[in-house]
Design a protein around this ligand. Structure first.
Ligand code: AMP
Length: 588
């Protein structure tokens, strides 16, 4: 462990919700969390939108639920009372169009208020919400709408014209398109409905119908870094996990102003950009604009953000812009920083301390798990580079797959294995849409096997090694690309690094790194030699890269994960496969 643990204070300005980790790990965690929810009136079940919105509509009627910051400086505030009325209107709109329980409503939009209202209104109506990332091109949109048999689509006028009109003929299930006019104004496009006109005409009272905890609520399409998109199916009971992980892993308190920077096109932007903060009754910030270091620091300062949940890519971009820029602002309200989505290099954790006076808390989960599974908790020491410890209520292990379809547990501290979770937590996915066999394959010997490799130290902290399919095998040694990338990032010249295994007749594979440089550095043989030397000193000769290539950029998915598969395809001159979630291009 090259970085010293970050030990937490013994006195707190705001006491963490989870002070005693060991004591919190009781067998009845989820049962108690379930009792902590209100449930629909008169025992009619459990509905995410009720717990996120209507539950608060009396006590927190005038409390700010969402503050929307428009790209161009507009600000819109929605209290819990406002959200309750608007989401009821939307549920009535759907009902009026004949869209009911179990019908899929897709939303293709940037971070506009209408997206949040449509998402929650859809859940109220017991229809199924499915977000589509607004930068997708027509082909990925068509694939997902078809897989989901979407009955309605909510989108903006310009996205509709650019991306949907051309694929309408291939979407026989799609019955209704609701358009939000550009700049939230009126629209009049043949064959579509004007969202705002329908909303104005709708009643703002709506009674949520009986909802079973196992009723389908949300479908998230995920393609990760490999393979074809799959629709992970989530149910209303997931809100039990969203609320509790928001409280214990993100430490949400009632007076918090919370900012999750993720786009709702991805699971983080839904679980923690919509449901978790609202289910905890806090104020949530939504910024329509994309990453811009200067703007982000202004938002943190001016909105008095107290809890901030972001991602390693953004943290690395902030590191690139430098800690001095951070210090041009003051953040007296800020008290908890967290990160998810890909491995957070130790440098990133420490950057938080240097720049904000607060470390980033890495946590780990997947679309399939629905909520945070492994985390660095507020009251526990942080070991920079580690994802932390299992959430209370989660049994996490490391396993090796056996050829007979079972698994062996990896008990020895420091040994590598695949992360496996004991099923049964509330926010767990319930199937892959239309692909029960693919779902069944995720389970072995009573474990959900995640596809991620990690090590666990003697104190139970998990250390990410890599996606199973990204791991490099060189001369019989298994090497996680993340470790090599982290070592390269420690060098002052390196902005980003992506590491792959390059086929080699002798070693099987050798480690090759693609590196982008910080401003002020130029590619050169000297720098290449220096980076190779730096890596050897840090990692040893077996793990250090044998080859370094300077690149303009490292390909990432839109949610920020390095697409090592593409680096590999580039290296081998192979076709690149499904690139629908690639950041740089809009695939048509
Ligand atoms: P997604 O389903 O798109 O949310 O991606 C989930 C995958 O992202 C996980 O299986 C990991 O490979 C990766 N991931 C998420 N969080 C972390 C983290 N904190 N550290 C390392 N990898 C992560």
């Amino acid at each position: 462990m090259p970085y010293a643990p970050i030990v937490k204070p013994t006195r707190w300005a705001v006491a963490p919700n989870l002070l005693d980790y060991e004591a919190a790990r009781t067998p009845d965690v989820w049962e108690r969390a379930r009792r902590d929810l209100q449930g629909l009136p008169r025992g009619r079940g459990l509905n995410i939108a009720h717990e996120a919105v209507d539950r608060h509509a009396r006590v927190l009627r005038d409390h700010l639920a969402l503050r929307w910051l428009g790209r161009n400086g507009d600000v819109r505030d929605y209290t819990y009372g406002d959200l309750s009325a608007l989401t009821s209107r939307f549920a009535n709109v759907l009902q009026g169009l004949g869209i009911g329980k179990g019908d899929l409503v897709a939303v293709l939009a940037g971070r506009i208020p209408e997206l949040y209202i449509a998402a929650l209104g859809t859940l109220k109506n017991r229809s199924v919400f499915s977000p589509l990332f607004s930068a997708f091109g027509p082909e990925p949109i068509q694939t997902r709408l078809t897989l989901g048999k979407a009955k309605a689509l909510v989108t903006t006028e310009s996205l509709y014209e650019r991306k949907v009109v051309g694929i309408l003929d291939s979407l026989p299930d799609l019955e209704h398109v609701l358009l939000v006019g550009d700049d939230h104004g009126p629209t009049d496009v043949e064959g579509t409905h004007d969202y705002h006109r329908l909303m104005l005409a709708a009643d703002e009272r709506y009674t949520i119908g009986p909802t079973a905890p196992d009723d389908v609520a949300i479908v998230h399409f995920t393609s990760g870094t490999t393979g074809t998109p799959k629709g992970a199916v989530h149910v209303h009971e997931a809100v039990v996990g969203h609320r509790l992980t928001g409280r214990l892993a993100l430490d949400l308190h009632r007076d918090d102003v919370f900012w999750c920077t993720a786009d709702p096109g991805w699971v983080t932007g839904t679980s923690y950009g919509i449901v978790a903060p609202l289910a905890n009754g806090v104020t949530s910030i939504v910024d329509e604009a994309d990453f811009d270091a200067e703007r982000w620091y202004r938002v943190l300062e001016e909105e008095h953000v107290s809890v901030w949940y972001t991602a390693p890519t953004a943290i690395r971009m902030m590191m690139k812009a430098g800690a001095d820029l951070v210090r041009e602002h003051d953040y007296p309200a800020l008290r908890f920083l967290a990160s998810v989505g890909e491995p957070l290099n130790p440098e990133g954790v420490v950057f938080g301390e240097e720049a904000f006076g607060l470390p980033f808390h890495d946590n780990w989960w997947q679309t399939e798990t629905g909520a945070i599974m492994i985390a660095n908790f507020p009251a526990l020491e942080i070991r920079p580079g580690s994802m932390g410890r299992p959430f209370p209520g989660i049994e996490a292990s490391l396993v090796h797959r056996r050829h007979d379809g079972g698994v062996d547990l990896v008990e020895e501290p420091g040994a590598e294995g695949e992360i496996a979770l004991r099923p049964g937590w509330p926010s767990m996915f319930r199937t892959y849409l239309g692909e029960p066999e693919r779902y069944a394959k995720c389970f072995r010997d009573g474990w959900y096997v995640t596809g991620d490799l990690a090590r666990r130290d003697e104190d139970g902290y998990f250390w990410f090694v890599g996606r199973g399919d990204d791991v490099i095998k060189t001369s019989g040694h298994l090497i996680g690309p993340f470790e090599v990338e982290s070592a390269l990032l420690e060098h002052p010249a390196v902005a980003e690094a992506g590491v792959i295994g390059k086929p080699d007749p002798v070693a099987g594979e050798v480690v090759k790194a693609f590196v982008t440089l910080k401003p002020g550095f130029e590619p050169s043989h000297e720098l290449e030699r220096e980076l190779l030397g730096h890596s050897r000193v840090r990692l040893g000769a077996v793990v250090a890269p044998k080859e370094i290539e300077f690149a303009e950029s490292v390909p990432r998915t839109r949610s920020g994960k390095i697409m090592r598969r593409l680096l590999k395809a580039h290296e081998l001159g192979l076709p690149e496969g499904d690139v629908s979630t690639l950041e740089e291009e809009e695939t048509e």
